[in-house]
Design a protein around this ligand. Structure first.
Ligand code: DX5
Ligand code: ZN
Length: 220
C-alpha cells in the first residue's frame, strides 16, 4: 500500500521543507494536483513547481492533470521530472484519450487514467489494458478538504476484478489509486475494496505529526 501526500494542502511558503518532512515521515510518492481553472473550478500550479518538487525529493512524483488539452501540456511535466502522469477521461478534458495515453507511454512515464465521481466506469473500460494506474476520484476534483464519496468504491471493486480477470499477470503491476477525503477511516474502506495507492492532503499536512498521520493512514 502506497501513501501519496497531495502538496495542494502543504504550506507553500516553505514547500521544500514540507516535501522533505513528508519524505522523512514515510511517504511513498508526492502527488501534484495541476488545475487550470477550466477543467476544474480552481487554479493550482504548473510545470515549474513540479520541477521544484523534483529537486526536493527522491520519491516518485505523481502528476494529476485536471486540465483541458493535457496532450499539449504534458511534455512540460515530463521535462519537469514527473514519474507518473494521470489524465482525465471526461470529454470536457478536450483530448484524444487513447493518443494521450500513448504519448505518456512514449515519454517513459507511468500511465494513469482517472474518472470523476459523476463519470460512468464504462468510459475507462476501453483503456484498462493501456494503463499502469487507474485513479478513482472520491471527490469531485478541484479542492482539498472535501468529504469522501463511499459510493465510488463500486468502481474500485470493478477495476480490481477486471484487472485480475483480464490479465492476472498485469494485475500485480497495475495500481488502483483513490483521491479525495482520504483519512484513517476512509483509507480502510478504500483498501478493503481493492485500492493500493492513497492520496491524502488534509489528513497529512493539517496534522502536526506527519509520521503519525502516515502511520494512521497505513493502519499501523
Ligand atoms: C482534488 C485533488 C486531491 C486533493 C486531496 O481535486 O485531486 O488530490 O488535493 O485533498 P484531500 O486529501 O484534502 O481531500
Ligand atoms: Zn489529486
Amino acid at each position: 500500500m502506497l501513501i501519496a501526500p497531495s502538496i495542494l494542502a502543504a504550506d507553500f511558503s516553505r514547500l521544500g521543507d514540507e516535501i522533505r518532512k513528508v519524505e522523512d515521515a514515510g511517504a511513498d510518492w508526492i502527488h501534484c494536483d495541476i488545475m487550470d481553472g477550466h477543467f476544474v473550478d480552481n487554479i493550482s500550479f504548473g510545470p515549474a513547481i513540479v520541477g521544484f518538487v523534483r529537486k526536493q525529493t527522491k520519491l516518485p512524483v505523481d502528476v494529476h492533470l485536471m486540465i483541458e488539452h493535457a496532450d499539449h501540456y504534458l511534455p512540460r511535466f515530463v521535462d519537469a521530472g514527473a514519474n507518473s502522469i494521470t489524465v482525465h477521461v471526461e470529454p470536457e478534458a478536450k483530448h484524444d484519450v487513447g493518443k494521450t495515453l500513448q504519448q505518456i507511454r512514449d515519454s517513459k512515464c507511468r500511465v494513469g487514467l482517472t474518472l470523476n465521481p459523476e463519470t460512468d466506469f464504462k468510459l475507462v473500460e476501453p483503456f484498462l489494458d493501456k494503463i499502469d494506474m487507474l485513479l478513482v476520484m472520491t471527490v469531485h476534483p478541484g479542492f482539498g478538504g472535501q468529504k469522501f464519496r463511499a459510493d465510488q468504491m463500486e468502481k474500485v471493486k470493478r477495476a480490481k476484478s477486471l484487472f485480475e480477470k483480464t490479465c492476472p499477470e498485469r494485475s500485480r503491476r497495475v495500481d488502483i489509486e483513490v483521491d479525495g477525503g482520504i483519512n484513517s477511516e476512509t483509507a480502510r474502506v478504500s483498501i478493503q475494496n481493492g485500492a493500493n495507492v492513497l492520496v491524502a492532503g488534509t489528513s497529512i499536512f493539517k496534522e502536526k505529526d506527519y509520521a503519525q498521520a502516515i502511520r494512521d493512514l497505513r493502519g499501523n
